[in-house]
Ligand binder design. Structure first.
Ligand code: PLP
Length: 393
């Protein structure tokens, strides 16, 4: 079918939750995406920070084919080698002692909330358990994730949100202290707020928060769904700070675009959980787990992480070198960059799109750049040229 026919049909049959440009995407190679008419786009949104390895990675494809020929679903009633070995890899690479697999970011957040509530009741004897999250955060679209999300615009018309969530100001310890009460069981934060506008957490704040949680028998939960797995040039975003959480959620790039989430935790968090307390029909199936093993091998490679650091720095320098008056601030780390502009971000996204560059928005006035982690200098030069032209237009 032609593009116009497909777009027309979509308007009739799909729930209208997305504002899409009138093109139909077809396939991709490296950092480039192609539509069905053969037009190519330099992809600096990368499936919203999912396609870390770009499109068509040969190792991922080989793994996928090989595992698909063997088996792709077993259920969690039985052991499978891919699931066990993937958990072992995650434990080896991180602070965690144990892992639970699910199917998305929001599901990982749901599980993290359950773990925190159980731990708090059992280990501290609290009857009420509250989670302290942050304003401008984003943690997903299910009711747990949405209730944790500190942006009321996402709640509107879907209320009531779940009880037991409070929101403090990010990077403000006084705000944490005044939002605290004896029921606060856990603090949940993104080490770099993504949807909220690309705001990295400050090291001194994170240090104080870690200490405060320890002193008040509360858990620290990092949502690394967007900023984790190499995006910042560190395997985990929190590796930059040298501060570890009690629970961490992962998703987006974990299985190279196949739906997958994971909850990582320390032994003390895992201890109160036993058979029947949590589960998933699809979570941790052999196909996604085998793919994720290949992905992890690649995303933990020091050469790839160095590329992320180098290309991130080159990207920021290149934007600065253009001396664009509309640029008000550049934030982020590695290849998770937000450029705050004195212009309508929607118009800039559209102008970039018209010139073959895909980018996204974050927060109010910020453009979000989360390209594949394999991008090269020439991709960045081209992206910055298109972006600069869009802004000066
Ligand atoms: C930090 C963060 N947490 C949670 C989510 C929700 O993940 P998912 O869309 O896979 O449910 C997102 C998605 O953008 C995210 O960026």
């Amino acid at each position: 079918m032609k593009t116009s026919q497909l777009v027309e049909l979509e308007n009739e049959v799909l729930l209208k939750t997305y504002a899409r440009p009138p093109v139909v995407m077809s396939h991709g190679v490296g950092a480039r995406l192609y539509d069905v008419e053969g037009r190519s786009y330099l992809d600096f949104i990368a499936g919203i920070a999912v396609n870390g390895l770009g499109y068509g990675d040969q190792d991922v494809l080989d793994t996928l084919k090989k595992q698909a020929e063997k088996i792709w679903h077993v259920s969690n009633l039985y052991h499978t080698e891919p699931q066990i070995l993937l958990a072992k890899a995650l434990v080896d690479y991180t602070f965690a002692d144990r892992v639970f697999f699910c199917n998305s970011g929001t599901e990982a957040i749901e599980g993290a909330i359950k773990l925190a509530r159980k731990w708090s009741r059992q280990k501290t004897g609290r009857k009420q358990v509250e989670i302290l999250a942050f304003k401008d955060s984003f943690h997903g679209r299910s009711y747990g994730g949405l209730s944790a999300t500190g942006q009321p615009k996402f709640w509107q018309d879907f209320e009531p949100m779940l009880p037991g969530f409070n929101h403090a100001t990010f990077n403000d310890m006084d705000s944490v202290k005044s939002a605290w009460n004896e029921n606060t069981a856990a603090v949940l934060l993104e080490p770099i707020q993504g949807e909220g506008g690309i705001f990295p957490v400050e090291k001194s704040f994170l240090q104080e928060l870690r200490q405060w949680c320890d002193e008040h028998q509360a858990l620290l939960i990092f949502d690394e769904i967007q900023c984790g797995l190499g995006r910042t040039g560190y395997f985990c975003a929190h590796d930059y700070y040298g501060i570890t959480p009690d629970i961490m959620t992962l998703a987006k790039p974990l299985a190279a675009g196949l739906p997958m989430g994971a909850i990582l935790m320390t032994e003390q968090v895992a201890e109160p959980i036993s058979v029947g307390h949590h589960g998933s029909t699809f979570g941790g199936g052999p196909l996604v787990c085998q793919v994720a093993r290949t992905v992890l091998d690649k995303l933990s490679n020091p050469a790839l992480l160095q590329n992320v650091k180098n290309m991130g720095a080159f990207f920021v320098e290149s934007i600065k070198a253009k001396n664009l008056p509309a640029v008000q601030a550049i934030r982020g780390r590695g290849l998770m960059v937000g450029v705050q502009v004195d212009a309508d971000p929607g118009t800039i996204v559209k102008k970039c799109f018209d010139n073959g560059l895909l980018i996204g928005k974050a927060g109010n006035q910020t453009l979000r750049f989360v390209p594949p982690l394999i991008v090269q200098r020439s991709d960045i030069e081209q992206a910055v040229d298109i972006f600069a032209k869009a802004l000066s237009d």
